[in-house]
Design a protein around this ligand. Structure first.
Ligand code: ADP
Ligand code: MG
Length: 373
């Protein structure tokens, strides 16, 4: 069945309708996209076009400001194919994709020939892991599975046996144990189980923007459940987006996103295991084997979507005390964390960009983060 739902914003819509339509959509995709410029009459020239795909287990919302509706349509068809393929090949535990086969080979102590693209993806993931002091650690698939997150349904019941968690921590799976040689990958540690859940989406969003550009679509937002990359502008203005409040309703802050930038958020609030009133987040601290507690969401803006995704997860693990050090190591400048008390921790660069949309009790602005040369 075709999952593509054509819901283009028609050129002659009045501004009010456009706004209410977008607000409605944001409830589903967890992020408001403010269109700050509106079309008030039928005009020639670029217009808003929008399509939503169901891919990567989430809604992928593709919005473009363009005068090439035909090219947009073709590009969206291409993206649908590309995303389905990435989902199939990079899934950590379902089906017979490349990553599932690689995980099996690793568990058996074998080497496996992999596609150049998967090798590139894993090299990047390894580098991000290194820079994050392994707080982003996509080799901990066994821990993620133990906590019940290798399942389409939200897990329930008590936390896993502490001895099993301790045993996996003892085995210390890490990306640095992967060996890349002659197009093959193997691991010196058989307990490495690759799970790209914290990284592949950001990488894919970056690629989607490049793909759209190849079809001549230069002004676009590609948004997967609130994580997004943009190209160009929305007419006279930059694209403006809202970051959802992790603990409440609505938008915590809005921000203008420049050509080529990505905004990635990792949070405790969306996927978790609940038992006796306690929530166990799907982000695991690789040092302890237990879900992170102190952070409710982390937002990172970067031109590298994969880096931003990996970093949002790593900084959620790092928490209010250590995020600044890890962000500096990862070469980030625009970072915002919201902790469980609602306190916002933010780099001065990010503070300057965002506009809070709600009153915030406490905002802690850190020392500046130095941009990479
Ligand atoms: P979201 O999927 O909400 O964007 P993340 O980007 O943080 O959130 O990805 C969380 C997923 O990444 C988990 O479901 C799990 O598959 C995996 N994961 C959990 N903890 C870690 C970690 N410390 N490092 C790398 N991957 C992780
Ligand atoms: Mg992530």
């Amino acid at each position: 069945m075709r999952s593509r739902a054509a819901i283009g914003i028609v050129a002659c819509e009045i501004l009010g309708f456009q706004r209410s339509y977008i607000v409605h959509l944001s409830c589903r995709i967890l992020l408001l996209v403010f269109l700050l410029t509106g079309l008030t009459a039928c005009e020639r020239g670029p217009k808003d076009h929008q399509q939503t795909l169901l891919v990567f287990g989430t809604l992928l919302d593709i919005k473009a400001y363009t005068d090439k509706p035909g090219e947009f349509e073709t590009a969206v068809g291409d993206l649908e194919q590309t995303f389905q393929k990435m989902h199939r090949e990079w899934h950590a535990w379902k089906g017979e994709g490349e990553l599932v086969r690689l995980n099996r080979a690793i568990a058996q102590g074998d080497a496996m020939r992999v596609s150049p693209e998967l090798a590139d993806l894993l090299r990047q993931a390894r580098d991000h892991a290194q820079l994050s002091d392994h707080l982003f650690n996509p080799a901990i698939g066994r821990l993620v599975a133990l906590w019940g997150f290798h399942s389409d349904e939200p897990p329930g019941g008590p936390p896993p046996d502490a001895n099993k968690i301790a045993a996996l921590i003892e085995q210390a799976p890490a990306m640095s144990q992967l060996v890349f040689e002659d197009g093959q990958i193997q691991s010196s540690n058989r307990t490495v189980a690759l799970d790209l859940g914290a990284f592949a989406k950001g990488y894919a969003l970056n690629r989607a923007i490049r793909r759209l550009r190849a079809f001549g679509i230069d002004n676009a937002i590609v948004n997967a459940g609130g994580d997004l990359c943009v190209s160009g502008r929305h007419g006279e203005r930059p694209w403006a987006i809202g970051i959802r409040h992790p603990q409440g309703e609505g938008v915590i802050a809005s921000v203008d996103v420049a050509d080529g930038e990505c905004v990635l958020t990792s949070g405790n609030y969306e996927r978790y295991r609940k038992h006796e009133g306690i929530r166990y987040a799907h982000i695991i601290d690789p040092r302890s084997g237990y879900p992170v507690k102190h952070v409710t969401s982390t937002t990172v803006i970067s031109r590298d979507g994969g880096l931003a995704d990996a970093a949002a997860t790593a900084l959620s693990v790092a928490g209010p005390q250590q995020w600044h050090k890890i962000a500096a190591q990862m070469g980030l400048v625009d970072v915002m964390l919201v902790d469980e008390n609602g306190t916002v921790h933010v780099s001065p660069q990010m503070r300057q960009r965002i506009e809070f949309q709600q009153s915030i009790d406490r905002v802690l602005v850190s020392a500046p983060l130095q941009p990479q040369p």
